[in-house]
Every structure is written in C-alpha cells, then in structure tokens.
Write a protein that binds this ligand. Sequence first.
Ligand SMILES: NC(=O)C1=CN([C@@H]2O[C@H](COP(=O)(O)OP(=O)(O)OC[C@H]3O[C@@H](n4cnc5c(N)ncnc54)[C@H](O)[C@@H]3O)[C@@H](O)[C@H]2O)C=CC1
Ligand SMILES: O=C(CO)COP(=O)(O)O
Length: 327
Amino acid sequence: MSEAAQIGVLGAGAWGTALAQMLASDGRAVRIWAREPEVVEAINAKHENPIFLPNHPLSPSIVATDDLNSMNGMEALLVVTPAQHMRSVLEQLDNPGALILCSKGIEVSSGSFMLDIAATLFPDAAIAVLAGPNFAHEVATAQPAAATLACREDALWEKLAPMIARPHFRPYHSPDPVGAEIGGAVKNVLAIACGVVDGLGLGQNARAALISRGFAEMVRFGVACGAEAETLSGLSGLGDLVLTCSSESSRNFSFGRALGQGQSAESLMTGRTTVAEGAHTAPVLQQVARDHGVEMPIVDSVCALLSGETEAASIVTDLLARPLGSE
Ligand SMILES: NC(=O)C1=CN([C@@H]2O[C@H](COP(=O)(O)OP(=O)(O)OC[C@H]3O[C@@H](n4cnc5c(N)ncnc54)[C@H](O)[C@@H]3O)[C@@H](O)[C@H]2O)C=CC1
Ligand SMILES: O=C(CO)COP(=O)(O)O
C-alpha cells in the first residue's frame, strides 16, 4: 500500500492520465479525479484508461476518484480539464493547494485566460502554468519531454519542480505564467490552420510559412496581453507550435486537415469525445485580439472557416492576397 498522495490531477482525459502516469512512474502515489465513473473504475481495477488513453498500462500507485472533495488540501493539484470546463470544476473545490494549470485555451463565455479564472476563484492560492510540446501518448510511455513550469515566485518553482520532474520529464522555470499559457492557447488555433494547408495538399513550404507568420501573431498577441516575448520563443510557445503544427498526432492539426479535405466544422464537432481546443479558442482569441488592437490574419481565417463564412481553399488565397509588407 502506497503513502497518501500529495499530488493530484484534476481531469482524466488523455493529458491528465499521461501526467498522472508520468508522476507515478517512480511509484509515487497520485490521486486523479475523473468525471466518468467508468474511467474511475478502469483506472482502479485494471490500471488503464481505455476511453481517453487506450493501450497505455498505468501504475497501480495512481488512484482514481469521482469525489471532488477528496482533491482539496493536496500539496499540488494539476488542473487538466478542457479549458471550457475548468471554471465549473474548480468552483466545486474550496481548498485546492498549489494549482498547476495545464489546460490550453481561453474561456469562450468570458474571454478569460485560465490564470485569471483560477486567481479569481482562489485569490490566495499559489498558481503555476505547465505547458510545452507534450503529446500525451509519448509522455505516458516515458519518452523524453520538456515543458515550461511558469510561476512568478522562485519559492514556488523550488517547491514544485522536484514534485514534477522525472528522469524523462524535465521542467524549465519561467517567471512568466501569462506567456506560458498564451503560447499553449494560441498554438492550437494555428495548428488548425496548418492542418488545413496539409489537407489541401499545399506542401511543406506553405506550412513553414504559416508556422513562422503564426508565431509572429502569437508574439504580437502575447506581448499586448503582458507576456514576455522570450517566453513565447520557448517550449510553451514556439516549441509547442512546431510540434502541434507538424503532426497528425495533434487533434487540432487533424481537425484542420479534415477541414482542408472538405469536411465541415459542424460535422467534426458533432459527437466528439476528445477535445480540439483550437476550435473553441479561435473566435474568443479573435475577439480578445481585436480588443487589444492586435492583427491576427491567420486566426481570422480559421474563424471564417469555422463559422462557414469561407471555404478552406479561399483562406489561403485571401492570406496570400493581403497587402505586401515587411516581415
Ligand atoms: N492530449 C494532449 O496531448 C495534451 C492536452 N493538453 C490540454 O489538456 C486539456 C485536456 O485535454 P485532454 O486531456 O487531451 O482531453 P481529452 O480530449 O483526452 O478528453 C476530454 C476530457 O474532457 C472532459 N470533459 C468532458 N466534458 C466535461 C465537462 N462537462 N466538465 C469537465 N470535464 C469534461 C472529459 O472528462 C475528459 O477528461 C486541454 O486543454 C488540452 O489542450 C495539453 C497538453 C497535451
Ligand atoms: O498540446 C498538445 C501537445 O503539446 C496536444 O495537442 P492537440 O490538443 O492538438 O492534440
């Protein structure tokens, strides 16, 4: 029997489950909250999560629960719900300990970043952001990965880093949680655009151009929202952008690819159990960017495609037809 868990994971989708497995890879006790009773049952009885992370055996030191109350009072709690559900889940806690935000998105109903939601709900809590180029299935199989663990206070980094670091998972400190979370939220929308280009068969040059110009949008937006440009050049910004824009393992890239191949956004969203965060974030990102006076033409194109206002083929023509200017 292992000791009581000091670290918890809120949300047992692919990423929450993979993080729990990474944390438990040295036998440490980890408690994970799952929304679905069948996920709780499968993790506890069979040490697997066939719904959200199939074919990955899990450590028996991971204990799942459907009781949110039992997630209070832990030393650290990784928050890994989809962005649109983070508020409603966190609202049910009253004393969650240090929060490590791992969701990548902007709340549609309020235009809020995850950091702002968590800080409003728990003004006294220590809050960090964990973000980087990290596909769940690779982290779950202990393939090497690195991520940004961003928090303003050095003391919090010193407390959390040894709780999170494992031989195959290396966190790097950043003092800029705003930048770390913006990189993760924006890259999902840009990955949809890269998927569209792939689905249309437009080639590698076009994709590299989109990644570079998308990164310029990310930096403009981030800096306008108070991020450091340096953070956006790191793991949680450029690193995650490159990963997500280059692989069919990305749900956002695959979503965009299907759009590029002619499927509608509506049909791709219907009945979906896994999350393509960029599809939710795109319109609210566009709005927040406009509020800050920031131009994001690639994000605008993704929004037009998602709303059915334009077709996949014409978004690329429209981008190429923009007035010529400096890089
Ligand atoms: N999968 C990955 O490789 C990575 C995912 N992320 C981020 O982690 C977050 C979670 O994504 P995944 O774990 O991949 O999810 P997933 O797509 O594997 O699973 C969907 C999740 O949504 C939850 N859910 C559905 N309806 C809900 C509701 N009403 N209230 C609360 N939860 C609800 C389900 O319980 C499940 O945990 C996202 O923001 C994603 O961008 C970050 C890094 C890597
Ligand atoms: O955030 C991720 C990798 O860092 C996962 O990307 P997708 O949500 O597009 O699968």
